[in-house]
Design a protein around this ligand. Structure first.
Ligand code: CP
Ligand code: NVA
Length: 324
């Protein structure tokens, strides 16, 4: 959050200082419960209006930049489509095509881009890079994934859980697999919202202990970590998984395939969950690795609704951050 001081030129009133609040979404830890509720509510409204074919104009005249250092299908296209469908202009910029790739400082880039854009969506390896953009730029910075977090994905996933389960309160959510960027954002969310999160990860691939302990300080026993996938999914209302090797970890794929084999989400594991369990995966998925094809394509899977909801949630995020 950054505060700007705007000076007016009204001499009778002297110098009036107006405080404008700039909100970024770099992690879910920066949102309070009312902001989560607002985002869920607005995403729901925008989804209904989209289904009715209502034409939105809320971002008319606004330009949203997207700088991506890593590949993306869903996040990039849903943010671009969201901007366009709200009447704004999306501007995709491959990180390698900017002077960032020739070592122009982040701070200078941020000062330039705030003169052209109304918000900036970033997908980077480094989380610190996004923090630096957010510290300098006066426009909202939106994290579209870093090595450490994937907050917008988890926001739309929470919205999907609410659609299927009607509420988050009292819901048991299991995370099976890598203690990665997605797991970290789920842990951040559990600290703020009233659901139980049980993570089953191999010993060498646990979530970051600092992220975990910060969440446990607030959530206590609502955040549980185990190495046992069966214990994690027992009675679960939601089972979540993700790739075993994230972007940038491709060289470790073979080693990870061996370590993560007991953590595959398959029919046998599902048998331990609640009868109406839903299975989620942010995608892209590797059928036969972290999840079997029959589960991903089966009746308990909600992955296609999950992926659609990124469009609606990203609209809500852009509207609320840009328009206030
Ligand atoms: N789930 C997700 O972020 O997918 P992309 O990498 O395709 O954007
Ligand atoms: N954990 C995965 C998520 C992809 C959307 C990755 O970072 O590659």
């Amino acid at each position: 959050m950054i505060f700007l001081l705007n000076k007016t030129n009204d001499s009778t009133l002297g110098v009036l200082l107006e405080v404008i609040l700039k909100k970024d979404i770099l992690t879910l830890s920066s949102l309070d419960i009312s902001e989560f509720s607002l985002l869920f509510e607005r995403a729901g409204e925008l989804k209904n209006r989209h289904k009715k074919g209502i034409c939105e104009k809320s971002l008319a005249g606004k330009t949203v930049g997207l700088i991506f250092e890593k590949p993306s299908t869903r996040t990039r296209i849903s943010f671009e489509a969201a901007t366009a469908q709200l009447g704004g202009i999306p501007l995709f910029i491959s990180a390698g095509d900017t002077q960032l790739s020739r070592s122009e400082p982040i701070a200078d880039t941020a000062r330039v881009l705030e003169r052209y854009l109304d918000a900036l969506v970033l997908r980077t390896y480094s989380h610190a890079m996004q923090e630096e953009f957010a510290r300098i730029a006066s426009i909202p910075i939106i994290n579209a994934l870093t090595d450490r977090y994937h907050p917008c994905q988890v926001l739309s996933d929470l919205f999907t859980v609410i659609e299927y389960k009607e509420a988050l309160s009292g819901i048991n959510i299991a995370w099976v697999g890598d203690g990665n960027n997605m797991a970290h954002s789920w842990i951040n969310a559990a600290a703020k919202l009233d659901f139980t999160l049980t993570l089953a990860c191999p010993e060498e691939y646990m979530p970051d202990p600092d992220i975990l302990s910060a969440a446990k300080e607030i959530a206590g026993d609502r955040v549980i970590v185990t190495h046992d996938p069966v214990a994690a999914v027992s009675g679960a209302d939601v089972i979540n998984t993700d790739v075993w090797a994230s972007m940038g970890q491709e060289a470790e794929s073979e080693k990870r395939r061996q370590k993560f084999a007991p953590y595959q989400v398959n029919r046998e594991l599902l048998a331990h969950a609640a009868r109406d369990v839903i299975v989620m995966h942010c995608l892209p998925a590797h059928r036969g690795e972290e999840i079997t094809g029959d589960v991903l394509d089966g009746s308990r899977s909600v992955v296609w609704d999950q992926t659609e909801n990124k469009l609606h949630m990203h609209k809500a995020i852009l509207e609320i951050l840009i328009k206030g």
